[in-house]
Design a binder for this molecule. Sequence first.
Ligand SMILES: Nc1nc2c(ncn2[C@@H]2O[C@H](COP(=O)(O)OP(=O)(O)OP(=O)(O)O)[C@@H](O)[C@H]2O)c(=O)[nH]1
Length: 221
Amino acid sequence: GWGRSGGGRDAGTGQRGRPATPHPAPVLQVMLLGDSGVGKTCFLLQFKDGAFLSGTFIATVGIDFRNKVVAVDGVKVKLQIWDTAGQERFRSVTHAYYRDAQALLLLYDITSKMSFDNIRAWLTEIHEYAQKDVVIMLLGNKADVSSERMVRTEDGASLAREYGVPFMETSAKTGMNVELAFLAIARELKQRAMQLPDVPRFQIHDYIEAQQKRSGCCAFV
Ligand SMILES: Nc1nc2c(ncn2[C@@H]2O[C@H](COP(=O)(O)OP(=O)(O)OP(=O)(O)O)[C@@H](O)[C@H]2O)c(=O)[nH]1
């Protein structure tokens, strides 16, 4: 399989009398980052289970993960998604996981200027601890709460442009752009891994734009 951590997991199961796993889905490691309360856990649960639990906010302690298998052009890919704690006191725990991530979803909350202002600091940490070629996507979450918006869409877009990363506004509550964020990342990583010399490079921006045009949705710049 392609991807760094794919493939090797089933070694040793191909004993006589037991069929070997034909082609285990490659595993891609994705990490959710951003301030406490921006909605990382909800974002993951929306993707995994299509559910949103409103009400009490239970901050993540340390780090947690969920797997979900998605299909990219009919090929199964297992996303192993790490949900990190946004609180400062857990930073040293989460730093240790950065280098294993192939993609990072960096979230802020459109109703919190502070969470947006902290994005630059998050990008500095990413630069320090993550792999150099990690795929990063900036997400302005809680886009459903437009009455309390404190960060304009164009400010998110221009920050993303400055760092050369794709950007979308999302809602872990309604599900807006949640699946698209993960699928775009899975596709980008797959295309990278299978890159052939003469094939034009996959453009994650174009992909997202095309998908959004198809569904008539939203807020991507
Ligand atoms: N309206 C709305 N509320 C959201 C959304 N996403 C999360 N929330 C709410 O925001 C609060 C925080 O969500 P979490 O997913 O727990 O935040 P987190 O980023 O995982 O926080 P830490 O674990 O501390 O890092 C919860 O009360 C959620 O119900 C969203 O898209 N829309």
